[in-house]
Design a protein around this ligand. Structure first.
Ligand code: ATP
Ligand code: MG
Length: 579
């Protein structure tokens, strides 16, 4: 994967507008933190006054005024620092929440297949660790930068005011600190990128290995899996150690520069005192200002280093944000909205499709015109493209050629939500959530009545076994539906699909994993439930195909059609056609 390269200001410009931040809070916190720095500076100035007016002449009467002022400044500084720090943290946390919501929203619009290139664990790492790092750069760093820079300016001005010669000596270290920070920042960025990527790979590996634990244990592959986890863990450790090496060199380097500068100041200060250009109190004040100025300069350097390092996380998030979503432009004017009620006529006009990145055409020249209300069985060898037909109808992908029409409207010109509202998919894998059986059945239509829910469960042959569960419909399905058997999960998923009242149904292998009795039991209700809806039944089961009005046979990317059930049906004759 090629990395997007981004600088800290560009990262700021990319992410800052994504989240609406309370700008007043940012401003107020910056002002409060600057007030706190100002109070510190004022207090240090009083050290000089106390030395020269109280200590040197041993005049206790002169003590109370400066002491009260110092106390006042200390209290104001403490309050401003606490309030400013809290407000800055508050903004950061809200920014983090908003950014995660925003990135997650983007992920939800990406076709599921396109997310596979990341790996679930890696995506989790990007949505947690990387997002926090982006927050530290985009929301926290600017406030820190402003307050540290303001603090540095305040202390530098105070230092100049005390002795401009000594201040010049001190500030000559600043460019050195700056260049060191830039250099370390560049090294840190590539170390951080390696660390973040390795963290993502480890998370994906762990997620996959834990999810497949049954297979791992049954096939005795624990050692191999441990080896993989250890190797990726070692990569992560090495990347982490590189970061640690860099930051452990950076800190002491800064301190060395500081020591040299302090020695230079003391030497020059001693000379100034001997020449009577400076009092001892003045030098003490100056040294105290220096004690505050140097950490500020160090902080500025650290912000530069950590901002450069944080761009690695920004790049990883930008990769997610750049992953294409389903095109959902404003509906095209030439495609009028669907007329309600939607009848469910489905047409494929010369549709061709290959998966992105694979040159092989899965479908080519598929032409179908399915009249509303037909039960269409879709058959064909494994890998022929049956499930792909369903994904195209739901606009998980756009056809590479041709058009798909719903009630005569090109679905590519309709809003994605609108298309999906009228089409119900029963995916090939039963996907259950960690909730109750009831919540799982109601997932696609949360406002359905109890009677409707039970009718769907009866139709899917699920009502019988659900009634025997300890808490009936309120029994927990378990993580990924693990409390249920494979066939039970299938029937819950089928009930969920049947409960949706969309005019088009795509049932991908509805009877997979069901025994003969169950299959036989659901056929009549299935027929009843699909009545009046256009239903695509992807199946290898000959008993189901025998029930169908039309049978589509998919092979070599094209469709051939027979109509076994049509002659047996009464009512208005639909007009199927195929080519
Ligand atoms: N996300 C994907 N990326 C690339 N190729 C894919 C992807 N999904 C499926 N394919 C390929 O497209 C072809 C059709 O897959 P599809 O899942 O539609 O087959 P199917 O007819 O439903 O098979 P089955 O009966 O086994 O479910 C297969 O050859 C498969 O390798
Ligand atoms: Mg399939």
């Amino acid at each position: 994967m090629r990395h997007a390269r981004i600088s800290p200001p560009a990262a700021f410009r990319t992410f800052w507008p994504l989240v609406s931040v309370n700008r007043a809070a940012v401003l107020v916190s910056a002002v409060l933190l600057m007030v706190a720095a100002g109070c510190d500076a004022g207090a240090i100035g009083i050290v000089g006054v106390l030395t020269d007016d109280v200590l040197t002449p041993s005049d206790l009467a002169a003590f109370w005024g400066p002491a009260a002022l110092w106390l006042g400044l200390a209290v104001t500084g403490a309050v401003a620092s606490a309030a400013g720090g809290y407000l800055a943290g508050w903004t950061s946390e809200h920014f983090l929440l908003g950014l995660r919501d925003r990135v997650f929203q983007h992920l939800q619009a990406v076709p599921p297949d396109a997310l596979d290139r990341f790996g679930t664990g890696d995506l989790v790492a990007r949505l947690t660790g990387d997002i926090e790092t982006v927050e530290s750069l985009v929301a926290s760093a600017p406030v820190e930068l402003i307050t540290s820079a303001a603090g540095a300016v305040v202390f530098a001005v105070a230092a100049f005011w005390t002795s401009w010669q000594l201040a010049l000596i001190t500030l000559s270290a600043a460019p050195l600190i700056w260049f060191a920070a830039r250099w370390f920042g560049t090294l840190m960025r590539s170390a951080t990128r390696a660390e973040r990527d390795s963290n993502g790979r480890l998370a994906t590996l762990l997620e996959e290995s834990l999810a497949n634990m049954t297979l791992v244990q049954a096939y005795g592959r624990q050692q191999a899996e441990r080896g993989k986890v250890h190797r990726e863990g070692r990569n992560w450790m090495r990347a982490g150690l590189r970061q640690i090496r860099l930051s452990s060199v950076y800190g002491p380097t800064g301190e060395l520069v500081e020591t040299v500068s302090v020695l230079a100041v003391i030497g020059a200060g001693a000379w100034q005192i001997s020449e009577h250009h400076l009092s001892v109190g003045g030098l003490l004040s100056f040294a105290a200002f220096l004690g505050y100025l140097h950490p500020k300069l160090q902080e500025l350097g650290e912000i530069v280093v950590s901002a450069s390092s944080a761009t690695a996380a920004c790049e990883r998030l930008i990769e997610v944000l750049r992953t294409g979503t389903v095109r959902d432009d404003a509906p095209r004017p030439e495609v009028p909205p669907l007329a309600e009620p939607v009848r469910g006529a489905v047409t494929f006009e010369d549709v061709g499709f290959s998966y992105p990145g694979s040159g092989r055409a899965v479908l080519h020249g598929v032409r179908l015109a399915i009249a509303p209300g037909l039960l269409v069985a879709v058959t064909g060898p494994s890998g022929a493209g049956k499930s792909t037909l369903g994904k195209l109808l739901l606009r998980f992908h756009e056809p590479s050629r041709g058009r798909i029409l719903l009630d005569g409207r090109d679905i590519a010109g309709l809003p994605v939500d609108e298309v999906r509202r009228h089409i119900t998919l029963l995916p090939q894998d039963s996907m259950l959530f960690d909730g109750t059986v009831r919540e799982n059945i109601l997932y696609g239509r949360p406002d359905a009545t109890e009677a409707d829910m039970i009718a769907a469960a009866v139709a899917a042959d699920a009502h019988g076994f659900v009634s025997t569960l300890p808490d009936g419909y309120d029994s927990p399905a378990g993580k990924r539906g693990n409390n249920l058997s494979g066939g039970q999960r299938r029937r819950i998923a089928l009930a969920r699909a049947m409960l949706r009242t969309a005019p088009v149904l795509i049932l991908d292998e509805p009877t997979a994993g069901l025994d003969d009795d169950s299959t036989a039991r659901i056929m009549a209700p299935l027929r009843r439930l699909t009545a009046g809806r256009t239903a695509f039944l992807i199946t290898h089961d000959l008993r189901l195909t025998a029930q169908a009005d039309l049978v589509l046979h998919l092979s070599d990317g094209t469709v051939t059609m027979t109509a076994p059930g049509l002659s047996a049906r009464t009512g208005p004759e639909p007009e199927p056609e195929a080519a």
